[in-house]
Design a protein around this ligand. Structure first.
Ligand code: NAD
Length: 508
């Protein structure tokens, strides 16, 4: 099976579609290589599925929904229990493939899988998560209660940067609620996602309940416009996410779009200096800056300006190498195209007058000369009109701005169009409380650089980083993947009851 490819394997297999429980070789003529970004080795080729194949996957989901929706909650839950055990068992093996196709370090790949595994663990408590409400005697002998019912075939479209975590944000919660699912993984690194899908089948997910199609815009648009798809969960760039939100919304679907970011870390001079600098460097350059929650802007407040040389010295120590090599801090970017884009933005920063404190453009990685590497890059003297500030760079580039007060820092963060994550570094409880109250960003860290919530909460981006009311995973996603039905009921145990005709709206 293609999904168990490992780096070093010479035969290039095709990635399969999963339709109605069958691994299907696509009949498409359009294929794309899955490439190791450190070596350019072709690991596999991925099909861009045909319209008929997308229709077949949705039809399989529609058929399976008829029985899956009525499968007892305990049976669904036990599949998730099995799935979490299987993911735990195979985590190290999947991490090797994930690192090979995505570029991140093995430890970070294991983290990617673990953060998804936590969602599967949460799915195991669906028995209480999907409970409705009950009010007795809302009128004489009348009770009202709610049912949380699955909605049908749902679809998920995922980005390249978390090929384990983000698919696991989606399909486990969707199917454990009684829905069926069509997953469209990133075409850039679908192999580790497919390993997780294999485990889902092994755990007992029945045929048609989970289907997978591969491709790009055409496949995504087909999912967004198909009558039988009821909900779309999208994670990716703001440009594509806005398109998906609008298109699927126009076709009457529930949509949640989790999108791009520009995450500010605000540093007050009273912060724990060592911990803060460690956090800025880790969150700024880890995963080569390819995290939606990466710290991409450091806002040094007042005397914290003086920390810039230390920040630079710490960033310069990071080791750039292939993710598979021990001791690597910063791996390659996902593609040559991504590298060109990042280099172009660094050029723009220089041209627009920012000071290039640390230049990662010419980094050499012996043994991996073809890799898409960019080393840690640090700019100071950045202003809010520069492209390196206005655009999501999605590379190992940290830009530093300076302000005099916390109020100015809050205003700066709130003026940025994105609202995914932010952090405040301080020892002052009062400053932290003010920040969390006034900042208009979905996820706030207090002395925590990457505040991705654990799955009993939900991921909560705002403004330009998110469209749709409900977030992925947590309690919110149970609402997203279910329809609430309200039942108002009265029972008679005496045939002689006769209230007479009531022409008013009130219950008695
Ligand atoms: P992307 O938007 O390029 O791709 C995401 C998905 O959309 C992929 O499956 C891709 O095949 C598909 N797609 C690409 N172009 C399309 C088009 N024109 N029409 C329809 N579908 C299309 O994103 P990416 O580069 O894979 O991922 C990086 C982006 O994702 C960054 O912007 C990052 O901030 C964001 N992201 C956000 C979150 C979050 O939770 N907010 C999490 C992870 C990543």
């Amino acid at each position: 099976m293609n999904a168990s490819l490992t780096p070093g394997q010479t035969k290039v297999d095709s990635v399969k579609l999963l339709i109605d429980g069958q691994w299907v070789e696509s009949k498409t003529t359009e294929w794309r290589d899955v490439v190791n970004p450190a070596t350019q080795q072709v690991l596999a080729r991925v099909p861009f599925a045909t319209a008929e194949e997308v229709d077949a996957a949705i039809a399989a989901g529609q058929r399976a929904f008829k029985t899956w929706r009525d499968t007892p909650i305990g049976a669904r839950m036990r599949i998730m229990l099995k799935l979490q055990a299987l993911i735990r068992e195979h985590s190290k093996r999947i991490a090797v493939t994930l690192s090979a196709e995505q570029g991140k370090t093995i430890a970070d790949a294991e983290g990617d899988i673990f953060r998804g595994l936590e969602v599967v663990e949460h799915a195991c408590s669906i028995g209480t998560l999907q409970m409705g409400e009950f009010a007795e005697n809302v009128a004489g002998g009348v009770d009202t209660y709610t049912l949380r019912q699955p909605i049908g075939v749902c679809a998920g479209i995922t980005p390249f940067n978390f090929p384990a975590m983000i698919p696991l944000w989606m399909f486990p919660m969707a199917i454990v609620c009684g829905n069926t699912f069509v997953l469209k993984p990133s075409e850039q690194d679908p192999l580790s996602t497919m390993m997780l899908v294999e485990l889902a089948l092994e755990a007992g997910v029945p045929a048609g309940v989970l289907n997978v199609v591969h491709g790009g815009k055409q496949v995504v648009d087909a999912l967004c416009t198909h009558t039988d798809i009821k909900a779309i969960s999208f994670v990716g760039s703001t440009e594509v996410g806005t398109h998906v939100y609008n298109l699927a919304g126009q076709h009457g679907k529930r949509v949640q779009s989790m999108m791009g970011a520009k995450n500010h870390a605000v540093v007050l001079p009273d912060a724990n200096r060592t911990q803060t600098l460690n956090a800025l460097v880790g969150a700024g350059f880890g995963a080569a800056g390819q995290r939606c929650m990466a710290t991409s802007v450091a806002v040094l407040v007042g005397k914290a300006r003086e920390w810039l040389p230390e920040l630079k010295a710490l960033a310069a120590k990071l080791k750039v190498n292939a993710g598979s090599e021990p001791g690597t801090d910063v791996g390659p970017l996902i593609s040559k195209r991504a590298k060109e884009r990042v280099l172009g933005l660094i050029e723009s920063g220089i041209k627009e007058g920012a000071t290039l404190e640390l230049d990662g453009r010419d980094v050499q990685v012996p043994g991996y000369e073809q890799g898409n590497f960019v080393g840690p890059t640090l700019f100071s003297g950045v202003t809010t009109d520069m492209q390196i500030y206005t655009q999501e760079i999605f590379g190992p580039v940290l830009v530093v701005l300076e302000v005099d007060t916390l109020d100015e820092a809050i205003a700066l963060v709130n003026r940025n169009p994105f609202g995914n994550g932010t952090g405040l570094f301080t020892q002052s409880g009062a400053a932290a409380r003010k920040f969390q109250s006034e900042i208009d960003v979905g996820q706030v860290g207090i002395n925590i650089p990457i505040p991705v919530p654990v799955p009993f909460f939900s991921f909560t981006g705002s403004r330009g980083s998110k469209l749709g009311d409900l977030g992925p995973y947590g309690k919110q996603v149970v609402q997203f993947y279910t329809q609430t039905k309200t039942v108002t009921a009265r029972w008679f145990d005496d045939d002689s009851v006769n209230d007479g005709v009531n022409t008013t709206i009130s219950l008695r």
